[in-house]
Design a protein around this ligand. Structure first.
Ligand code: UDP
Ligand code: MG
Length: 322
């Protein structure tokens, strides 16, 4: 058993401009705890010098450990690998671009020592982001909150501290389309939050364009809610009720000799309308079906090219084949 107390896990995709500063700030903060810690960096298939910088940092400071992915697997899987390899008793997820201030970690540790198993960081304000990102993020958090079965706290990102017990539970959840904040809420245990102001990126650019945000949102929704699937049933009832009323109206109109509702236009509009609804419902089923297919294939979640500095490679729970 290692005696590492804290693991700071930071996924990195093209973060060459941030790594040195990240290491400097983390060291400054973590040395104040006077307890052993490690910094776990994951290179998520970066196309810049991120990997070389990780090697450099590791050579200079043995507390820096890193995992090099064989290609880009995406933020959530990079974080997953970090959680699999991290050796500490408490694990802190943080973005590598310094949008999450490392100083907050001390506050999180304080809460952890009080007995909380999950301490998430709530963004009370976000700096340096476009109104579009702010608006979509706000909408996203509220939508997720309303339609999912687990209570995912509003305005929290992945910046959080998790106890070893929580990590060990989450390690058994090997689903492919991951929404880590939902998964941590699902696990339970004593959870609490601390507030912070989300900063601007230190260097580089966001790698979450609209396309990735939409995929992220659909993973979150399909992973934690059946509501879209039930939509077909609701729509079916609504349309059936409406057409019942429509039929009544037509019968009454005809009895009184009204010539309304003749002609093809009405029929055409109705057929197109129903066709549209059916296609949407099929599409929704397709979304879930595709994800089920991915799970059935049971491929590894990520492929590691090299893991440096860890005492042992983690044992993964056997995935049950369906
Ligand atoms: N990231 C990653 N793989 C990706 C995209 C992003 O590991 O494919 C990392 C990135 O290096 C950063 C974190 O995930 O540490 C958050 O990404 P980003 O800052 O681009 O997102 P934003 O903060 O704009 O939501
Ligand atoms: Mg960022």
């Amino acid at each position: 058993m290692t005696n590492i107390r804290y693991s700071i896990v930071a996924p990195c995709y093209n973060e060459e401009g941030n790594l040195h500063e990240l290491h400097r700030r983390i060291t400054e903060v973590m040395d104040r705890t006077n307890e052993p810690w490690e910094l776990v960096l994951i290179n998520d298939g970066s196309r810049d010098r991120t990997r070389e910088l990780m090697q450099e940092l590791h050579a200079r400071d043995q507390r820096v450990h890193y995992i090099d992915f064989a290609r880009n697997f995406g933020h959530q899987l990079a974080v997953t690998a970090g959680m699999d390899y991290a050796q500490g008793e408490a694990i802190i997820l943080i973005d590598a671009d310094l949008q999450d201030p490392p100083e907050l970690i001390l506050e999180m540790i304080q809460k952890w020592k009080e007995g909380y198993k999950v301490v998430y960081a709530i963004r009370s304000e976000r700096k340096g982001e476009t109104w579009f990102k702010l608006f979509t993020a706000k909408l996203f958090y509220r939508l997720i909150y309303r339609i999912t079965d687990v209570n995912i706290p509003l305005d929290t990102g992945d910046f959080r501290l998790m106890d070893r017990q929580v990590i060990d539970t989450m390690k058994q959840m090997r689903e492919r389309h991951r929404f880590i904040r939902g998964m941590t809420s699902w696990v339970g245990f004593a959870q609490t939050g601390v507030y912070y102001v989300r900063q601007e990126r230190f260097a580089g650019e966001t790698s979450y364009p609209l396309r990735k945000m939409l995929k992220f949102a659909s993973d979150a929704i399909t992973g934690f809610s059946y509501l879209p699937l039930q939509l077909a049933t609701y729509l079916g009832f609504i349309v059936a009720a409406l057409s019942g009323l429509g039929m009544l109206a037509v019968i009454i109109a005809r009895l009184y000799g009204n010539q309304a509702f003749f002609g093809q236009a009405t029929t055409l509009v109705m057929v197109l309308f129903l066709g549209g609804i059916q296609l949407i419902c099929l599409g929704i089923i397709g979304e879930y079906l595709g994800r089920i297919y991915d799970e059935v294939k049971a491929r590894p979640l990520y492929v590691v090219n090299q893991a440096v500095g860890f005492e042992k490679t983690p044992e993964m729970p056997e995935k049950v084949r369906v």
